[in-house]
Design a protein around this ligand. Structure first.
Ligand code: NAP
Length: 161
């Protein structure tokens, strides 16, 4: 079974995105995302795939969509249960990179949540990270940062056995 890690940057109210884009663009956080996901499979929903605008280097892209798409270098799945079967047949770390609908699908499957907790709110956010039970996880704050006046933490939530 794949080791499933959800990676996301969220606001105080779990804000994720606005109008199919990110709310906060934090350079150092992008580097954190890159450092963790490089060399791994990344799973995303169609909207996130579109919002990326390009393929991310050195990562195998897996996209969940109802659309009948084919593109070199991307593995498309049209059915969540088939994607889950596929992930249960591989023995490697896989990052779920969003968006909201995909995090929701994989929250129960995740061994770990790697969250950038941004100390900001966004009143017109359009997508949110799913609420989860803190008591199901052990939290470790990895580091605290500040960029352009935005304070944020990198936190690891490890699911309790
Ligand atoms: N802050 C962060 O860390 C972060 C990370 C990622 C994304 N985001 C933001 O999140 C937003 C996008 O999130 P979202 O929830 O709107 O979209 P999403 O989860 O990226 O994609 C949703 C799409 O995925 C496909 N899908 C979902 N469930 C499916 C299923 N069971 N079977 C088949 N296809 C399925 C559908 O595509 P089809 O319509 O093609 O069928 C659906 O419309 C954007 O604003 C983005 O910038 C933020």
């Amino acid at each position: 079974m794949a080791n499933i890690i959800l990676i996301a940057a969220i606001g105080k109210n779990f804000e994720l995105g606005k109008n199919n884009d990110l709310i906060w663009k934090i350079k150092e956080d992008m580097k954190f995302f890159q450092k963790h996901t490089t060399g791994h499979k990344i799973v995303m929903g169609y909207n996130t795939f579109i919002s990326l605008g390009k393929l991310l280097p050195k990562r195998e892209h897996i996209v969940l969509t109802h659309r009948n798409l084919q593109r070199e270098g991307i593995l498309f799945f049209h059915d969540y249960s088939i994607l889950k079967q596929y992930l249960s047949s591989i023995d490697e770390t896989v990052y779920i990179i969003g968006g909201a609908s995909i995090y929701k699908l994989f929250l129960d499957e995740a061994n770990e949540l790697l969250l950038t907790e941004i100390h900001e709110t966004c009143s017109d956010a359009t997508t949110f990270f799913p609420k989860f039970s803190y008591e199901l996880f052990d939290k470790e704050i990895l580091s605290t940062h500040q960029e352009n006046g935005i304070i944020y933490e990198h936190s690891k939530f490890i699911k309790k056995k």
